[in-house]
Design a protein around this ligand. Structure first.
Ligand code: SAM
Length: 275
């Protein structure tokens, strides 16, 4: 940073990871094969990139100050592509397709690794799960609080929309906890590395309906689920219809959103799909 006269930008969520053991943990968990493509979101100064420089690499970085550093460090590698853009604005599958065509190869697996900018953790994870059919695994550093929401069990305070939406698309595990002192500048939160493996478990379940059901169930999480769904106008249905469906799925009239596991939400979604 001194050499390039760069200061970390808060607005881009820049907390650079300087802890070798945490960096190596991300590398080990990602289990990259020779014919895989590694996509790194927010490579920054290249601390994590350094460990993947012998892999096929796609780097996506919004901060153009980092470009010179990334080019100096990695662009001589034939297998590295750098995109200077906001990850939320690009079509990731199209970019993967372009690299495959240009290099005339078909990657075995496409995996995302990152020390994510915390201000957009959820939008990035959802973009990867909802919009990309090519990315199959994600190993990322997130705030520990977010990791706990992702892996939460029903009936706990952390259980909610994030938990269920991730479960719909994937299987997630929390791996290790990383203290603030492992970063420069150090954030005042603890972080955790999570691994997300995509699954096609619910391919025949309408994602739009599932999403609306989950969002509207938790919109008033202290209320009974039936009331939350009625107040928030689930698919514009009348109360009696919602009531009938919940009863059909064996859901008690006093149940709250956080008491139901994903199987129940899937069951209700199936009933809603039949309407
Ligand atoms: N990978 C580096 C490391 O571990 O030291 C940097 C991680 S830092 C927490 C997050 C990085 O994401 C920064 O380099 C930041 O500029 C970049 N970033 C922030 N918002 C972004 C966005 N919307 N699209 C792409 N990169 C972004």
């Amino acid at each position: 940073m001194k050499r390039y006269d760069i200061k970390a930008k808060k607005s881009f969520g820049q907390n650079f990871l300087i802890d070798d053991s945490a960096l190596k943990e991300i590398v080990n968990l990602s289990e990259i094969g020779k014919n895989d493509l590694v996509i790194e979101i927010g490579p920054g100064l290249g601390n994590l990139t350094y460990y993947f420089q012998n892999s096929n690499l796609l780097l996506i970085e919004i901060d153009d100050r980092m470009l010179q550093i990334l080019q100096d460090r990695f662009e001589s590698n034939y297998n590295t592509t750098i995109i200077n853009n906001d990850v939320l604005k690009i079509n990731i599958d199209e970019e993967i397709e372009k690299i495959q065509k240009f290099k005339n190869i078909e990657f075995s697996k496409i995996k995302v690794v990152a020390n994510l900018p915390y201000y957009i953790t959820s939008p990035i994870i959802f973009k990867l799960l909802e919009d990309s059919t090519k990315v199959s695994e994600i190993v990322v550093m997130v705030q520990e609080e977010v990791a706990d929401r992702i892996i939460a069990k029903s009936k706990s305070k952390d259980y909610g929309i994030l938990t269920l939406m991730i479960q719909y698309y994937a299987r997630a595990t929390k791996q290790i906890i990383v203290p603030g002192s492992s970063f420069i500048p150090s954030p005042n939160v603890t972080s955790a590395i999570i691994k997300i493996i995509k699954e096609d478990k619910y391919q025949d379940i309408d994602a739009k309906i599932f999403k609306e059901l989950v969002h509207k169930s938790f919109a008033n999480r202290r209320k009974k689920i039936i009331n939350s769904l009625v107040i928030n106008k689930l698919l514009n249905l009348e109360k009696e219809n919602i009531d009938k469906i919940l009863k059909k799925c064996g859901i008690s009239e006093n149940a709250r959103a956080e008491e139901l596991d994903i199987d129940k939400y899937i069951e209700v979604t199936k009933q809603l799909m039949n309407l």
